[in-house]
Ligand binder design. Structure first.
Ligand SMILES: NC(=O)c1ccc[n+]([C@@H]2O[C@H](COP(=O)([O-])OP(=O)(O)OC[C@H]3O[C@@H](n4cnc5c(N)ncnc54)[C@H](O)[C@@H]3O)[C@@H](O)[C@H]2O)c1
Length: 305
């Protein structure tokens, strides 16, 4: 995509973190913004900030796990701005702990937002974008799905999140193949960041009561939460930098977007093990800080639940 000015960007999870950074970056490039978030106050605050900066922006309260909400988001985007050029399927939440301890409600919440949110986005917006492409030879469209390095690595005590992000990666690769069949005007990318300081560590703030497990965290879940919160707060790359790298990739039609290239060594190692039929490499081996994390998890697993 080369022409951003006067284009329309739809961003889910736009009230905070990466989504907010995408919206600011897109607005600075002259795009009109359709911001979606389940958290009304964060949505309103970001829309006000965008407008104060001179951007045209609307906010649509959206729970991305709900197909009707995503349809209403698309309807609002089309009735207000008549097209969508950039779609960020970005809203996401996190949870952790050893994988057999996650409840059915944990799975429904996490897969609902992280996976079904992206599915609804693709299913509802891609046909609209292809239709715009078919009727205007100058139309350009691009879809960015936010996965994670957890879409390429399955670490310890983070299985539920890794599963959701592996699915987003597979879905994005499938979208890439399928778009390639039908259009040279609509492209897609998958964004795979490692830790970035954002609000993701407190995802529970937006967990609906109907999907609350109503049970205290298990020791492994408690430690996994503390460890991931620590890593997020100390994330070495800012949300603004992620936005900059992402827009560069959109411009260059790059599918895989990496923001923490040092983590790719572990990905290469994982795939070498897969191809060589070796057992998965243990994520703490040769890494002192990961070894310390493992020790804390082992200690937690010794505690009574
Ligand atoms: N921060 C990181 O370290 C990191 C690393 C890799 C991937 N990611 C991914 O980046 C994306 C953005 O997360 P973030 O780090 O900016 O976190 P964040 O919590 O700052 O922002 C996520 C936004 O999504 C919204 N949201 C939550 N549930 C929703 C729902 N059901 N419908 C609509 N909106 C919803 C939240 O209100 C919030 O505004 C997520 O997909 C996350 O998995 C984050």
């Amino acid at each position: 995509m080369q022409q951003f000015s006067n284009g329309v960007a739809v961003i889910t999870g736009g009230g905070s973190g990466l989504g907010k950074a995408f919206s600011m970056y897109a607005a600075a490039r002259g795009m009109k913004i359709v911001l979606a978030d389940v958290q009304q106050d964060a949505l309103d605050a970001t829309v006000s900030e965008l407008r104060a900066s001179g951007a045209q922006a609307i906010g649509v309260r959206t729970d991305v796990s709900n197909a009707a909400d995503v349809q209403a988001l698309a309807d609002a985007a089309m009735s207000t701005y008549e097209k969508v050029n950039l779609l960020f399927n970005n809203a996401g939440v996190t949870a952790g702990g050893v994988v057999w301890e996650n409840t059915e409600k944990d799975w429904n919440w996490l897969l609902g937002v992280n996976l079904h949110g992206v599915i609804h986005g693709l299913r509802i917006f891609t046909p609209l974008m292809l239709k715009s492409a078919a009727s205007d030879p100058d139309y350009e469209g691009h879809i960015v799905n936010t996965a994670s390095m957890a879409g390429l690595l399955a670490g310890v005590a983070s299985g539920i999140y890794s599963v959701s992000k592996h699915a987003v990666l597979a879905l994005s690769e499938a979208l890439f193949q399928d778009l390639n069949l039908v259009s040279e005007q609509v492209h897609c990318s998958v964004l795979c960041p490692s830790y970035v300081p954002t609000g993701i560590g407190s995802s529970e703030r937006n967990r609906p009561d109907s999907l609350s497990s109503n049970t205290p965290l298990t020791p492994s879940q408690r430690v996994a939460k503390e460890l991931s919160q620590d890593a997020i707060v100390n994330g070495p790359v800012s949300a603004n930098r992620v936005a900059e790298i992402t827009f560069e990739a959109i411009e260059k039609q790059r599918f895989y977007i990496y923001t923490h290239p040092d983590t790719l060594l572990a990905v290469r190692n994982r795939f070498d093990h897969i191809v060589d039929q070796q057992n998965p490499p243990l994520s703490f081996e040769g890494n002192p800080s990961r070894s310390a994390r493992r020790t804390r998890l082992l200690d937690a697993l010794q505690q009574p639940a």
